[in-house]
Design a protein. Structure first.
Length: 350
């Protein structure tokens, strides 16, 4: 029941929406750790302090006075695919659809930190959202950090964003202000951002040092979850069975298409299989117009009557390829196992 409650609160991208270059906000995946906080854009303030020379307090109007930039960014939940692991870590039971791509508009974080003046002893920037709750017995504001180097980098350029797809952020996506960290899993993109504090020591808050770590055993420190592993997803062909979502197609040529992305390096190849992963063939990749957004891929499959399992996998420029068997971890993070799409091809008139 707890997992059903989480699944009812948080929603995934319907895979047919992979046809959109830019995901409509209502179809983009959503994960909210606690409650969606009530926020009045007129009175909202973002504070920047700690190891800085000039602390800042900025309203939404103040942020809009800076030169605006827009980045198209694919965002994926770190727990995407968790429900496919065995034994299954008990948490938000994502299948493969916890992803979306949006045009985020705002102010580069490095612009704001340059104005505040990063102190010589600063090592990390800690980001605090307005969402508050309890996780594993720890009462907390949602907080994450980045190193000063990552926070001030030119590429990827971290944004303090106030618009999504050309409109104000919807409440579930962080209204009025959120962080966008291209290439990183969603836990780094702090929503309802209200404070940035530069610290002279590494941040050890719950969402940094306890949650979002790759662990095999309880109690071990683990490795931090950071950048998105490569993944490709397919637009389900044909039409679905209501309960099982098994796809039904007719014999003949079928267009297979979808999206591929990686936060580690640009995607350089996509392969498809129509026999459950026994054999693979290259698909065509469209040009990469946005370095931190997914790429469209497509190919053609000659469907024949019978049962088939379609799969797709991506490879990036650093040689990372999606696995056919997924390594397990306690949190169910970074599961980029290849997608499997069961398809029934019915003969004409069947």
């Amino acid at each position: 029941m707890d997992e059903l409650g989480l699944a009812a609160r948080n929603h995934a991208l319907p895979l047919e929406a992979l046809r959109y270059d830019v995901t409509p906000p209502g179809l983009h995946y959503v994960l909210v750790h606690f409650d969606i906080p009530w926020a009045d854009a007129r009175t909202w303030r973002l504070t920047i302090g700690g190891e800085v020379r000039t602390p800042l307090e900025l309203s939404l109007d103040d942020l809009r006075r800076y030169p605006a930039v827009t980045h198209r960014v694919t965002m994926e939940c770190a727990g995407n695919g968790r429900a496919g692991l065995a034994p299954r870590p008990v948490s938000q039971p994502w299948l493969t659809e916890a992803v979306g791509t949006a045009d985020w508009t705002g102010v580069p974080l490095r612009t704001l930190l340059r104005e505040a003046g990063v102190g010589p002893g600063a090592v990390e920037a800690v980001f605090t959202g307005a969402d508050h709750g309890v996780e594993r017995g720890v009462e907390q504001d949602y907080q994450r950090s980045l190193t000063v180097a990552a926070a001030t980098a030119e590429d990827p350029e971290v944004l303090v964003a106030y618009a999504m797809n050309g409109a104000p952020l919807p409440p579930q996506h962080g209204h009025p202000v959120r962080l966008v960290v291209p290439g990183w899993y969603g836990m780094a993109h702090v929503k309802w951002l209200r404070d940035i504090t530069l610290t002279d020591t590494p941040f050890t808050g719950f969402q940094q040092a306890v949650a979002y770590r790759f662990r095999q055993e309880a109690g071990e420190p683990g490795e931090p979850v950071t950048r998105i592993a490569p993944r490709a997803l397919m637009v389900p062909p044909g039409f679905p069975d209501f309960m099982t979502r098994t796809r039904v197609v007719r014999p003949g040529p079928q267009r297979l298409e979808g999206r591929a992305w990686s936060g580690r390096a640009p995607v350089t190849g996509v392969e498809t299989s129509t026999d459950g992963g026994r054999t693979w063939r290259e698909a065509e990749l469209d040009d990469a117009g946005h370095p931190w957004a997914w790429r469209h891929w497509h190919t053609t499959w000659e469907a024949t009557p019978g049962h088939h399992v379609l799969s797709v996998r991506a490879t990036d420029a650093e040689g990372h390829t999606q696995p056919l068997e997924q390594p397990w971890n306690r949190g169910g993070f970074g599961n980029n196992l290849v997608q499997r799409v069961p398809v029934v091809c019915l003969a004409d008139g069947a």
